[in-house]
Every structure is written in structure tokens, then in C-alpha cells.
Write a new protein. Structure first.
Length: 596
């Protein structure tokens, strides 16, 4: 925008605002005529787009009418009659109602033929009805009991809530009804259900207004819904006249507002492009799994983000639970992080992977600016908690040498699968202890594919615009092309640095080490191995463990060769890790500064 145009717009806004306030602009009249109200103490606040049945029609949108019965707030639905309103979320445009009786599975026959959907309200589908010729007794459905009133001796009827994988049902099961709307979802009390409202009169105006901290209202001057920031009660009108009279001060305020608006609209346009990019990807994403959830569902499964597991540059991870009781980890991505590319990368890669050493993506959410990834829950957290536990003085016990070997092999097999086992080669580009999660048996699973790139299996070189990996694990060719081309061998380098930290129980670069010769751990390890010395690591207890540690160190040193051509493939790495120490050759020096 040109400077003259911006100044003209500022003066126009100034004189419009001055004339409106001078002529007694009726901005506050709506909130005077239609103030927020309650049916009873502790009940939900009733305000636009809702109204009470005896309020003026302009106080609410068509169809969004509530009534009071004593201290209770009631919503009337065609099939169910009047139901008690428990809560109203104006930001998420949702209303929670009480269905009455405590919920039990046998009531499914009552709700399977009852529609809660109206021209205004839409409930989220929560379950499917499954008929099987025999009882479930294995896998993730173990312990699920059939619905007694619908089952018999030769067939068993189950509820499969959202989150269950219907395509992995036993062969003797068929889906007889889908998209049932049932109460008792997530942590909502039994007998309650949440509905989303959508009025053609207001569109998305009110949700965006509420999220920005404003209040939705009906504007008589333009005869439509608009957003406003009403005056606080008791404001002295003389203060308004004083502000209007102080032209210079008002002009400064308007200039500031104009700058803020330019910033907001610029960021809004950027965020809109990100949303369109993500939705375009999801529209072309043909996989039936993982499940897509609404943000309201994500809030419920995490109990409104009650249990925080960790936080990083990508966002925050919370513990949650699917409707069938399976624990999950919910990663809430930061808004506009990576212009939506991190989210797309994870869904496009992990969403189609099923491997014992790659974390499983069970679902995702993309709603407005909110994006979340829902993973299987790893009870033993990340590998870094165990390999650095002594130095960081944590409560975790260090892992023994044999278990470290098993973990190294598992990670290598997972990376090998990413490089060779998929239709497209997946390059992770962020292999580090923090991104290796451990299940209940301490089996490793590779996580966090936000930096991943896909390429054809015969493509050996890829293009990267910038290095975003974690320092200490970045292959040299990523930040300096003189070392070679970026390829799948970059993951091999990161794996080698990871294994060296596993065997050393410390960071590869540690300024706190007293001996300067041991500050860069990989170079110290290489010197000990070339000279035939014992590595003298604290974790070793006997000769057999010394051989395992030495084998891990030699394989790692092969992986961190500065020239990518000298590094082995992950298939070769797996063979070396599963083989004997005697079959391994000492690698050439991987350090530019070393003389051998």
C-alpha cells in the first residue's frame, strides 16, 4: 500500500469513527437490548447467536433458541424434545446436552434409529455396530464385551467406537451400521452428547469473532451478523468525547491500529494459504487410515490437555485416550509451523507405514489453525532419558549393553525400512535420541517425521533449501555441499552419531569433560580402537560386553565417514550389527583433522 493511500485510509477511518460517536452511534444498543443472561446460577451463559424464547428475534440467529425451566437451560430437539443444556462453547460452536438416562450399551437400539441432526445442529459420529459369528478374544479388541441385548449364542454384536480400525476386524465380523451418535464419548459424563451448530445466517463469523476475543452481534445498520468489542459497563461517555477532541492522540492510535491491521491481514492471508495447502493434501490423501478427528474430539481425548508429556520446537505433546480405552500421545503442532509442511510430512509418511520400529500414527486433526497428530503411546518415553540419565541425574536407570545392542539393531531396521521397504524412499533427516521412543518392552520406534522427504527408490540425490536438523547429528554435506550430495546416506550419518552417544552415555561434544582429548567423543573412540585399547566405558562389566560396545562403536564410525560414498547403506549396517566383531574392519579416519 502506498504511503498516500495509507494516510488517506487512516484519515477516513478517523473521521468515520468521530462522526459515528458524535452522532450517537448505536454500537452499544444491541448489547443493551440483548445482554448475556443465565437461567440459573452456574448455568451456561446465553448470548448471541443464542437467545431465550421470549427475547426479541434479533437477539439470536434463526433456530438457536433456548428456554428456561426453573434454573435449568433447555434445548428443544425434534426427536428428543427438551433436553438440559450442560455447556456452550462459543469459540468451538458446540453445545453439550443431557440425554437423560445414564448410558448403557443396550440403549444403542434406541439411538440407532434416532437422528440428532437438524438443519442447525450436527452431532459427531462416534461408533459403528459390528456383528461377529464368534466373540473377540485377541489383539486390540481383547476384553471388549458384546452387547447382551443384541447378541445371542451364535452371533455377537459389538460397538466399535471411533479410533477402532474397522478394516482390521476379524474375518468373521461385518459392519451392520455406521456413524451412530452415542453419548458417553471421551471424558463427557455418561448420558451427555455434544452437538455442533451451523447457522447459514452467521456462517463462520461468530467462531472467528469469539476466537479473536470479540463478541458476536446483530448489526441493524447492515442487517447482518458482525463482530464487535463492546464497551465495559460504567464507561464514562465524557472520556469518549475527550478522546475524540484529542485529535493528535486519536490519530496516533489509528496509525497504530492501521499497522496492526496490516500485520493481521498479512498473517491471516498466510495462514489461509497454509490451511488451503493442508486441505488440498488431505483431499488427495486416499488412505483410509489414520482417522481424522475434530478439534473438539482432540480436547476430549486429552481431557482438555490436562496431562503434558513434553514440549519442543514443533509444539506440545499431551497424553490422551481413544474411546475404546487405548492410550495415545497427541502432538499439537505450533500454528503455521513450517507452513503446514511438517503436518503434511507426518501424515504422508507415518500414516502409511506399519513397521515394528516406526511409531504408528492413529489419527490426526486439521481444523482451522489447529493441527494435531495422534500416535500410539510409548510408556518408556524417549531414548535420551536413558542414555544421558547419569549426567542429567534423572530417575531413569541406564540400559545394559545387551539391551543397547537390541535398540541399535531395531533403530537400524526401522531406518532400513524407510529407505528400502516403502514404495517411495523416506528420508527422515532428524535421527537423534529424542526422536527414538521406547515401548513397554523398550523396543525402539522412530518418531517425528516433520523434516522427512519422500523420493523415488532409484533417486540417490535430493535438493534441500536449508539445514533444519539438530546440530550434532547433521551430516556435513547438508550444510556444506563440498562434502558431497544430500541423500539417504545423511540418515546413516545421524544414526552413527546416535549410536556413539548410546555407547558413551554422553553427548558426542561435551565441553564439561576435563580431558581436552576426550571432549569430541567420536575422535577419542576412534583413537582407542585404532591403538587396540579397551574403551574403558562405565557400562561395561565383562569381556562379552566389551565386544558388543566395540562392535557398536566400529559400526558407528563407519556411518559417520565424512564422504557419503564411504558410508554403508542401512541394509549393510543391519548386517554388521547382527554379525560378529571379528568380521568387522576398522574404518578409515572419519575426521578431517585426524592424521590416523
Amino acid at each position: 500500500m502506498a504511503v498516500s493511500g495509507l494516510l488517506s485510509a487512516i484519515f477516513l477511518l478517523f473521521f468515520q469513527a468521530r462522526s459515528k460517536m458524535t452522532l450517537g452511534y448505536k454500537e452499544k444498543d444491541f448489547f443493551t437490548a440483548c445482554p448475556p443472561c443465565y437461567c440459573g446460577k452456574g448455568g451456561p451463559q446465553i448470548r448471541y447467536p443464542f437467545r431465550l424464547e421470549f427475547s426479541p428475534s434479533y437477539c439470536g440467529a434463526r433456530g438457536l433458541v433456548l428456554s428456561c425451566w426453573g434454573n435449568e437451560t433447555l434445548l428443544s430437539l425434534p426427536d428428543l424434545g427438551s433436553r438440559k443444556v450442560i455447556a456452550i462453547d462459543y469459540r468451538m460452536e458446540s453445545i453439550t446436552i443431557k440425554l437423560g438416562e445414564p448410558w448403557s450399551d443396550c440403549q444403542v437400539q434406541n439411538f440407532s434409529s434416532t437422528s440428532l441432526t437438524t438443519p442447525v445442529y450436527t452431532p459427531p459420529p462416534t461408533a459403528s455396530l459390528v456383528n461377529c459369528s464368534k466373540a473377540w478374544n485377541d489383539g486390540e479388541y481383547d476384553g471388549k464385551r458384546p452387547i447382551s441385548c443384541l447378541s445371542s449364542a451364535d452371533h455377537f454384536v459389538y460397538l466399535a467406537y471411533i479410533g477402532m480400525s474397522l478394516d482390521e476386524l476379524p474375518l468373521d465380523c461385518v459392519v451392520v451400521s455406521t456413524n451412530l451418535v452415542l453419548p458417553g464419548w471421551g471424558d463427557v459424563q455418561m448420558g451427555e452428547v455434544m452437538l455442533r451448530w451451523n447457522s447459514p445466517e452467521i456462517g463462520s463469523t461468530c467462531a472467528g469473532c469469539e476466537l479473536s476475543g470479540g463478541r458476536c452481534k446483530f448489526d441493524w445498520t447492515i442487517n447482518q451478523t458482525s463482530c464487535s468489542f463492546p464497551e465495559q459497563p460504567g464507561a464514562d461517555s465524557s472520556n469518549v468525547n475527550l478522546i475524540i477532541g484529542t485529535s493528535v492522540g486519536a490519530l496516533v492510535v489509528l496509525v497504530s491500529v492501521a499497522c496492526i491491521l496490516v500485520y493481521v491481514f498479512r498473517n491471516y492471508g498466510k495462514e489461509k494459504q497454509v490451511r488451503l495447502k493442508v486441505e488440498k493434501f488431505l483431499a488427495t490423501y486416499k488412505a483410509t487410515k489414520p482417522t481424522r478427528y475434530s478439534f473438539a474430539h482432540v480436547k476430549k481425548m486429552t481431557r482438555h490437555f490436562k496431562h503434558k508429556l513434553g514440549q519442543g520446537g514443533f509444539g506440545t505433546v499431551y497424553k490422551g485416550e481413544l474411546p475404546n480405552g487405548i492410550p495415545v500421545a497427541v502432538k499439537m503442532l505450533m500454528k503455521s509451523k513450517g507452513e503446514g509442511q511438517d503436518f503434511i510430512n507426518e501424515v504422508a509418511t507415518v500414516g502409511r507405514i506399519h513397521h515394528a520400529n516406526v511409531v504408528r500414527l492413529l489419527g490426526f486433526c486439521s481444523e482451522g489453525t489447529w493441527r494435531a497428530l495422534i500416535y500410539e503411546f510409548m510408556p518408556n518415553e524417549s531414548l535420551e532419558k536413558y542414555i544421558f540419565c547419569k549426567r542429567n541425574k534423572t530417575d531413569h536407570q541406564p540400559l545394559d549393553v545387551k539391551k543397547l545392542e537390541e535398540i541399535a539393531i531395531g533403530i537400524a531396521q526401522g531406518i532400513e525400512y524407510l529407505h528400502q521397504g516403502c514404495n517411495q524412499r523416506i528420508l527422515h533427516f532428524d535421527i537423534k535420541p529424542h526422536n527414538i521412543l521406547l515401548d513397554h518392552d523398550f523396543n525402539p520406534k522412530i518418531a517425528d517425521f516433520g523434516l522427512a522427504k519422500l523420493c523415488s527408490r532409484d533417486q540417490s540425490i535430493i535438493t534441500m533449501t536449508a539445514a533444519r536438523e539438530t546440530m550434532g547429528y547433521i551430516a556435513p554435506e547438508i550444510y556444506c555441499r563440498n562434502f558431497g550430495a544430500v541423500s539417504y546416506k545423511s540418515d546413516v550419518y545421524s544414526f552413527g552419531m546416535l549410536v556413539l552417544e548410546m555407547v558413551g552415555g554422553r553427548k558426542n561434544v561435551d565441553p564439561e569433560i576435563e580431558k581436552t582429548s576426550e571432549i569430541y567423543f567420536p575422535e577419542w573412540v576412534y583413537g582407542r580402537i585404532v591403538q587396540g585399547h579397551n574403551l574403558r566405558l562405565v557400562m561395561q562389566r565383562n569381556g562379552a560386553e566389551e565386544d558388543i560396545v566395540k562392535k557398536l562403536a566400529i559400526v558407528a564410525l563407519w556411518c559417520i565417514q565424512w564422504n557419503p560414498m564411504d558410508r554403508p547403506s542401512m541394509t549393510r549396517v543391519v548386517h554388521m550389527l547382527m554379525g560378529n566383531l571379528e568380521n568387522l574392519e576398522i574404518p578409515p579416519t572419519p575426521f578431517v583433522s585426524s592424521t590416523g
